[in-house]
Design a protein around this ligand. Structure first.
Ligand code: GLA
Length: 394
């Protein structure tokens, strides 16, 4: 990853390496000296096309990116659970949910415990360059970075699929966020230099090489915080499930044109999930064919569907998308993640990245919140000591 204002290719250092991360020293700073720390690092993700369809079995084209969060953990001296990071410091006697920075990590500890990996009371510190509430899966990243750190601390190993299940158990069942499996699957299974095609109905995935060395992705935060745990995300999911139930299908990929049969109240949501899953499959074909204009068009159409039918965009996100598209060399742009704020991602010729970032900043006013991102490796690769294999339990 490099600043989008700097269009030189990012360096070759592994951005998810734990070696130089300050999370472990942060533990000492936050809580005083203590036992040796174990760390885990997890990347964020960018969806190319396929938003708000994972929870109804849709197709998603996505990738992990070279922005990451690291969690350092060590056993607590006094049996209290503590977390420091992202401007918050919390502590409690039990790893329970309280609506703060502790939730995802305490949920991760509970989820591990439920699947037979008991975790002692911990002190934890979070650091990294993946922005929170920016539509880049920071919640799943902090959860999974925490799980990896806890596995390293306890000397246990899990399969990649078990890791995805634990992240979902933590986020959805324990923290109560009604998310789908897009984020953990991207974070676990991604490979550097490749996009992922996820089928959220069958759980299968396909890897697709990023075919354009000279085409980049620029991400820019809008400054509007999104909240995937919020009421509106939950409502989108409920409406999508209602639309599928009304049509008697179990996944949005089975809807085709039948969204027209839905009652007017559900029709826009039904049209979004029916068309977005098809667009995601088409995006994979565009990647395979090296059709950059085609992928850009599909990203534009995805944004329009999210704006008009799913109604998760905001005037600022729309204005940022418009501004990016006006830059020569930009092939397409869309909001990324759940929406209601968050970020915009634009597909641009590398030589146009600086101008595109400037156009986005002119709308957002945030000149330190643009990134030139690359497809990065997920945990199967970067945490292969603790993650991998079909039956990874030890
Ligand atoms: C959030 C959720 C995902 C997915 C996206 C929207 O990132 O965690 O499961 O629903 O929103 O595509």
């Amino acid at each position: 990853m490099s600043s989008a204002g700097d269009t030189s290719p990012a360096g070759d250092a592994d951005p998810t390496s734990d070696v130089t991360d300050p999370a472990a020293p942060n533990l000492d700073r936050a809580f005083g000296p203590g036992a040796a720390a174990s760390t885990g690092t997890a990347p964020g993700r960018v969806t190319l096309v396929g938003e708000h369809v994972d929870y109804v079995g849709g197709h998603v084209a996505c990738m992990a990116v070279d922005l990451a969060l690291t969690v350092a953990v060590r056993p607590s001296r006094d049996g209290w659970w503590r977390v420091d990071g992202l401007g918050q410091r919390v502590e409690r006697g039990e790893p329970v949910m309280a609506g703060d920075i502790g939730d995802r990590l305490f949920a991760a500890a509970q989820a591990l415990d439920r699947c037979g990996v008991p975790v002692p009371p911990l002190e934890m510190a979070v650091s990294g360059d993946l922005p929170a509430s920016a539509g880049l899966a920071s919640s799943a990243a902090v959860t999974l970075a925490g799980v990896v750190a806890m596995l390293r601390l306890t000397g246990r190993r899990l399969s990649a699929e078990e890791l995805v299940t634990i992240a979902l158990t933590a986020e959805r069942d324990i923290a109560g966020i009604p998310c789908g499996d897009l984020d953990p699957r991207a974070i676990v299974h991604a490979r550097a230099g490749e996009a992922l095609a996820l089928d959220c109905a069958s759980g299968s995935l396909q890897r697709v090489l990023w075919p354009w060395p000279a085409v980049a992705l620029v991400v820019a935060a809008s400054g509007e915080q999104h909240d995937v745990g919020g009421r509106e995300y939950r409502r989108r999911r409920e409406a999508a499930e209602e639309a599928c139930a009304a049509l008697g299908v179990s996944t949005c990929s089975e809807i085709g044109d039948r969204w027209r049969e839905l009652e007017p109240r559900l029709r826009p949501r039904g049209r979004h999930i029916a068309t977005e899953t098809l667009r995601a499959a088409a995006a994979v074909r565009a990647l395979e064919a090296g059709d950059v204009a085609g992928l850009g068009r599909l990203m534009d159409e995805s944004h329009e569907s999210l704006r008009r039918d799913c109604e998760v965009s905001t005037p600022r996100l729309d204005a940022m998308v418009e501004a990016a598209r006006r830059v020569p060399g930009c092939h397409g742009a869309r909001l990324v993640g759940a929406g209601f704020g968050g970020s915009v991602v634009a597909l641009v010729d590398r030589g146009a990245a600086k101008a595109c970032a400037a156009a986005l900043v002119a709308v957002s006013g945030l000149d330190d919140a643009t990134w030139l991102v690359r497809p990065a490796a997920g945990l199967e690769v970067t945490a292969a000591d603790s993650v991998g294999g079909e039956n990874g339990r030890s």
